[in-house]
Design a binder for this molecule. Structure first.
Ligand SMILES: C[S@@+](CC[C@H](N)C(=O)[O-])C[C@H]1O[C@@H](n2cnc3c(N)ncnc32)[C@H](O)[C@@H]1O
Length: 289
């Protein structure tokens, strides 16, 4: 029965709607922002002393995270210029990113290079061109679930780093109830490499097996999922699809799968009720290589 289920990303417009509601409903971006401006600054080791920085954003989406990172890099290196490669396959996301850049003042130190491409396409292209440019900072925020081969993607982008370069991976933590729901009910689904139910433990195991050193941080956040519990609520169904990464989850999941997921979503260990709203806990890992 579960073999009938489709991954959310197989319908890009539905996926993007889910992501946009997620951003509206979750405090994850606030935690990520704090991390960028506190922990990343505290590291104080990105591009030290250089007058020009090469940066790559993989799966940059609408650019909200990228601009936070750029502003922090600018604070660290006020006189440095930045070349920002944006790798993002969705036209809609790229257009939103470009609109955000157009309305954000003070970005004259950055030159954006827009790549409407999948990470895998960029990998093939740069390998073919035998690109020799090395990179100071690469970030992959919430994107490794969607690449064909996460191990190959990490390994390729890591190979572009210069001696003091850093790669930051932002991914759901094993401690996140979101991942507990995946592990209990969804990890067995075969989504033909369109989507991997990947979390921080998988990335760490991979890095450990290659002897790569890294630092890891955990960020707490919450998401308002109240409408998920109202049968037929349109927004609730979109949130449910995003949480499970299954397209039309309510309508296509077998009853026992749906019941199990719904039970975990309102489990007191995984969330709290505040003023009649169901707030689902989330934990995000930041892995700095
Ligand atoms: C969850 S969003 C994250 C966006 C942004 N990094 C953020 O944190 O707000 C994932 C993004 O990855 C993009 N994406 C999906 N598959 C990809 C691939 N194979 N290579 C690069 N980006 C991809 C999607 O279009 C989407 O914009």
């Amino acid at each position: 029965m579960t073999s009938q289920l489709k991954s959310l990303i197989s319908d890009y417009s539905k996926y993007l709607r889910g992501h946009s509601i997620f951003l509206e409903r979750s405090s994850q971006f606030r935690s990520v922002k704090e991390f960028i401006h506190n922990e990343l600054r505290a590291l104080n080791c990105i591009g030290n002393g250089k007058s020009h920085l090469n940066v790559i954003g993989v799966g940059s989406g609408t650019g909200i995270v990228d601009l936070e990172i750029l502003s922090e890099l600018h604070l660290m290196h006020p006189s440095a210029t930045v070349a920002q490669e944006v790798v993002e396959p969705s036209t809609e996301q790229l257009e939103k990113y470009q609109a955000l850049v157009a309305k954000t003042p003070g970005l004259d130190y950055v030159k954006f290079n827009w790549n409407k491409k999948y990470a895998e396409e960029i990998e093939d292209e740069w390998k073919e061109k035998k690109m020799t440019k090395t990179v100071d900072f690469i970030h992959m925020f919430q994107v490794l679930y969607y690449v064909k081969d996460p191990e190959a993607t990490i390994s390729f982008f890591r190979s572009l780093l210069n001696k003091n370069g850093k790669l930051v991976i932002c991914i759901l933590s094993d401690a996140s109830p979101w991942v507990k729901v995946w592990q209990a009910y969804l990890t067995g689904l075969n989504f033909k490499k369109e989507h991997h139910f990947l979390s921080s433990g998988d990335v760490k195991r991979l890095l450990d097996s290659e002897g790569v050193s890294y630092q890891s941080y955990e960020l707490q956040s919450q998401m308002d999922i109240t409408e998920c519990f109202t049968e037929g609520d349109e927004k609730g169904e979109v949130i449910l699809d995003f949480l499970t990464q299954v397209l039309h989850f309510s309508k296509t999941a077998p009853p026992e799968l749906k019941a199990g997921v719904m039970e975990l979503l309102c489990h007191p260990d995984y969330g709290t009720e505040i003023d009649g709203r169901v707030m689902f806990n989330d934990v995000t890992a930041m892995i700095i290589i």
